[in-house]
Design a protein around this ligand. Sequence first.
Ligand code: SIN
Length: 345
Amino acid sequence: MRIFIVTALFVSAFFTYILLFPPSFLHSEHVYRDDEQRGLDEQIVINFSHVVAENTPKGLAAQKFAKVVNERSDGKVKVEVFSNSVLYSDTEEVDALRRNDVQMIAPSFSKLADLNEDWLLFDLPFMFKDEGEVEAALNGQIGKSLQASLKKENLKGLAFWNNGFKQMTSSQKKLAVPDDFKGQRFRIMPSEVIKKQFDLLDAKPTIAPFNRVYESLEKQEFDGQENTISNIYSKRLYMLQRYMTISNHGYLGYAVMMDESYWNSLPPDVQLLLSNAMEETTAWMWEHSKGMNDQQLEKIKSESSIQVHYLTEQERDKWKQRFKPLYTEFQKRLTKDIVEETYKK
Ligand code: SIN
């Protein structure tokens, strides 16, 4: 009997102690977590990967988009921007998006031709007179058709961003007439049109990712390359080249996108917030990108001894003459509506 009473007293003392001083493993989770911690758990993080420098139209637009989203969502959505191929190079980024390793990318049109040939329209030299014409095409039927082609690939197109027209550079020779290109080795983006363009100029084109251009030019693996002023300036390519021709021959634009399944997994209010922030950012970037390229051209001229040549009308006609087989081939290969719409302008 005495043993029973002692045991009962011990058990009741034990439970009284536990009630008064519960050990940490019995605490329910929420006792430890403050609001801030719970908020972080629910936060949607969107990693936005791209390959160019921050002081470029794409780099600045990505940062602006992140800022607008982060502020407007009151911390509920956080866009983190990774520039300069620190996460993925341009050859890896679409796969990374599909694997959900990143949630947003903005590849150049030339790099999407594997998905649909119609993106090659913008690589055809001298197809568009100015950025206004490109903008009208992208806001019209051509843009709709390209967005639809992304959807077929389970990609959600969010916007088209602008980086303007490309210029030619070389370490060997001033590039004025088609024969000046003969035998020179050029780095190119992965585009059949760009490859054929250089083939027609009797040059030697080789595909290389953007994050290798500086190093390859430095090692003299290439004599030249084509790019927009902002890419030539921000990656200091002009320091490795002696000649630049302002040719404005091919267009460089970007398709800003997410994986469609990831997009569909986002709550409707977040989708709306992202769409609005993207609309605002896109308007801002189209307004500022041309000015940025113009300013950086002046900086290139003042910071280096590169010789800048402005392609004359007569020289442009000679280039166009040389590119005739390219126009003939791709007018047949690209979607008929897209070609007709382009020639209508
Ligand atoms: C880019 O602007 O995204 C890169 C262009 C290039 O590969 O030259």
